[in-house]
Design a protein around this ligand. Sequence first.
Ligand code: URA
Length: 245
Amino acid sequence: MKKTERLDKILAHTGFGTRREIKELVKRGLVSVNGKPIKDSGMQVNPESDEIMADGERVEYREFVYLMLHKPPGYVSATEDVRDRTVLELLGEEYRHFELFPVGRLDKDTEGLLLLTNDGKLAHQLLTPRKHVPKTYYAEVSGFVTEEDREAFRKGVELDDGYVTLPAELVIEHAEELETGKLSRIRLTIHEGKFHQVKRMFQSVGKQVVYLKRLSMGQLTLDDTLRLGEYRELTEMETEGLRNS
Ligand code: URA
């Protein structure tokens, strides 16, 4: 880890404004390092050992942020979009300057666990196809999901573009006949992340996913006290667990 950083970069990162605004704070004598007001906003400081005060506040610097979001339907997993609301719009002001991005995508209508971070290395580690990080989904499927489907998913099924999926584990929780038709509740663990993968896997066996929610990714499980649209920072143990996923 880098020991020193430019002071203005640290202040910009922790939400004290643009470089120009920060220069202004410095000019007005409102920024101090280890108790001494400073004059040069470009000075090198060690954010771990130096005590930085700005505008009367102690600056708590950290480079990386990891948030677990319970994604609601109706939001796209992107940092910007011309048409739709993005998951970043669900975050409070205090996270805006961290340049967070979603790790992988959930469809607009999918709910559940979405990790947001600015740690590109960890994101890459979780998304690289080489690693086969498992992702578990809960789904409601119109149609009667059967043991044959379970066996087909275990072997791999051919999607509409000819791609054959890696072995996946299907657990049939409940399959019932309703007045309106048949409905199955299942859990599916996949080890890759093709576009619309869960929906397309069920399509390949002639069924349709009508509700989809991600429950876990690697060792990270959705906190069931988070309501739709709510989020929280990961604990250190959870972050560590993800690194080992
Ligand atoms: N599979 C899908 O079909 N959709 C998602 O959002 C995630 C996995």
